[in-house]
Design a protein around this ligand. Structure first.
Ligand SMILES: Cc1cc2nc3c(=O)[nH]c(=O)nc-3n(C[C@H](O)[C@H](O)[C@H](O)COP(=O)(O)OP(=O)(O)OC[C@H]3O[C@@H](n4cnc5c(N)ncnc54)[C@H](O)[C@@H]3O)c2cc1C
Length: 427
């Protein structure tokens, strides 16, 4: 069976890996001319995504690229006093297995694991999809038309496949009150294993580097009561909005803002949540941010993307490539994780970017608690709490499928029957 995946970031290559290993023939089309390697940001992989990386034989490669930024130094706006949060300890309480890694490093690891067995077409994009009983005719912006059995959108929050099949983004996107921007800049503070930042009412600025990076990344988080007025391609306007929003903030912020004119990589987006009742239609489905982004930077969306890709491939293998069975099974399997991630992100955006001085002091109180409470106690409390912080570790992964889809034949029934649905939480 031939599967076309749109998007070669995280969800796309993970899905390609598993589909190919189950015997599907996979093509990945990526709009960017090469693998996107500039100015990435740090993302978190929690236990189920780490377990999947292990099943892919990639855990050592992932750990070798960990950022190592375990400590966060911060000051409250209007005060020079520095507080510290042991982020490593905080995240250890959230998940039994966690790593922070730059998004582009992670993407490259997944890409390298698939590039020899999967066809990658860079610098192109799907222009139109036309489905009939036997498959999907796909026309591209550049390459000639081709036919596939299935098409999967792994093309992120602003997914092209979703737009073509389900309709405009505005029908599914809910802005949850925040914006974020990331820039690359020289590591002029000499940061290595820590992040330094400043937090004020409705705005946070921070800068960090990773052990193996020559430069640094500055992150700006902003909360507003009304959506900002800009076009997503209008970078000049986005930079202007950022300057206005962070005007008058002390510490290193004026210097960070001055880098806006020089930065080789600038990222700006709203913290938007996608809410779709279903992310499959006919022979097309969505995976990762394209289908269920809980909100960049606040919802653990990278882990969700890795887990979603693993589950989708597993269900397609278990169903011998029959999408009419596999897509609903995939949606049932990932659905609870998606719903809980959305709920978590709604709370996280409020707590992460406080809207009052009291909220700022709550961050200081939490950091003192985390720093001084024994890890076993923090873990026990987070397991007991109802806040959903342990949502990642509550995900149960099925065992790898053993059935193979060979050519256009459906995998042997015995294989399919025996393969599925062994609950295998601790491989
Ligand atoms: C500042 C910041 C911080 C973040 N922090 C975290 C975090 O701490 N933890 C976390 O879990 N997540 C975090 N995220 C989110 C995380 O980066 C994404 O959620 C994750 O990478 C999801 O992967 P994806 O493959 O679904 O989508 P994406 O990574 O968005 O990839 C989509 C891919 O599709 C490609 N594409 C787009 N349009 C087309 C097209 N028309 N045709 C072909 N290809 C196309 C894009 O070029 C891209 O390669 C953060 C995001 C940001 C911006």
């Amino acid at each position: 069976m031939r599967v076309l995946i749109s998007g070669a970031s995280i969800a796309g290559p993970v899905l390609a890996y598993w589909l190919e290993s189950y015997g599907f023939t996979v093509t990945v089309v990526e709009r960017s001319p090469t693998l996107r390697k500039t100015g990435g940001h740090a993302v978190d992989l929690f236990k189920p995504a780490m377990d999947i990386a292990e099943r892919m034989g990639l855990i050592d490669a992932v750990l070798a690229k960990r950022t190592g930024t375990e400590r966060l130094g911060f000051r409250l706006e209007g005060s020079d006093r520095r507080h510290e949060l042991n982020v490593g300890r905080l995240l250890s309480a959230v998940s039994d297995r966690h790593v922070e890694i730059m998004r582009d490093d992670l993407s490259e690891i997944f890409y390298d694991a698939t590039r020899e067995r999967v066809e990658y077409a860079f610098g192109d994009s799907i222009a139109a999809l036309s489905e009939d009983d036997g498959g999907v005719d796909v026309s591209f912006e550049h390459a000639p038309e081709r036919r596939f059995d299935l098409v999967i959108g792994a093309d992120g929050l602003h997914s092209n496949v979703r737009r073509l099949v389900f309709g405009p983004e505005s029908e599914f996107a809910t802005w949850i009150g925040g914006y974020l921007a990331v820039i690359s800049l020289p590591n002029y503070l000499g940061l290595r294993d820590r992040t330094e930042g400043i937090t004020g009412v409705n705005r946070i600025a921070a800068v960090y580097s990773a052990a193996h990076l020559d430069d640094a990344r500055a992150v700006f988080l902003l909360r507003t009561t009304q959506p900002l007025d800009y076009h997503y391609r209008d970078v000049a306007r986005q930079k202007q909005l950022l300057r206005e929003a962070f005007a008058g903030m002390g510490w290193e912020v004026p210097r960070l803002l001055s880098e806006l004119d020089r930065t080789p990589a600038f990222y700006f987006d709203s913290i938007t949540q996608l809410r779709m009742d279903t992310w499959s239609r006919g022979r097309v489905s969505l995976v990762g941010d394209a289908g269920y982004c809980p909100g960049p930077a606040v919802g653990g969306s990278t882990s969700l993307a890795v887990v979603g890709a693993y589950m989708l491939a597993g269900e397609l293998a278990a169903a011998g490539g029959d999408h009419t069975r596999a897509f609903p099974a995939y949606e049932r399997e990932i659905g609870e994780y998606v719903r809980r991630s959305r709920a978590f992100a709604m709370g996280a955006v409020k707590q992460l970017i406080p809207s009052s001085r009291r909220g700022l002091w709550a961050i200081v109180a939490v950091s003192r608690f985390v720093n001084h409470t024994p890890l076993w106690l923090s873990r026990a409390l987070s397991k007991l709490s109802n806040s959903g912080v342990r949502l990642h570790d509550s995900v149960r992964l099925k065992a790898e499928e053993r059935s193979k889809v060979v050519g256009h034949e459906i995998g042997d029934a015995v294989g399919v029957d025996r393969a599925i649905h062994l609950d295998h939480p601790n491989p």
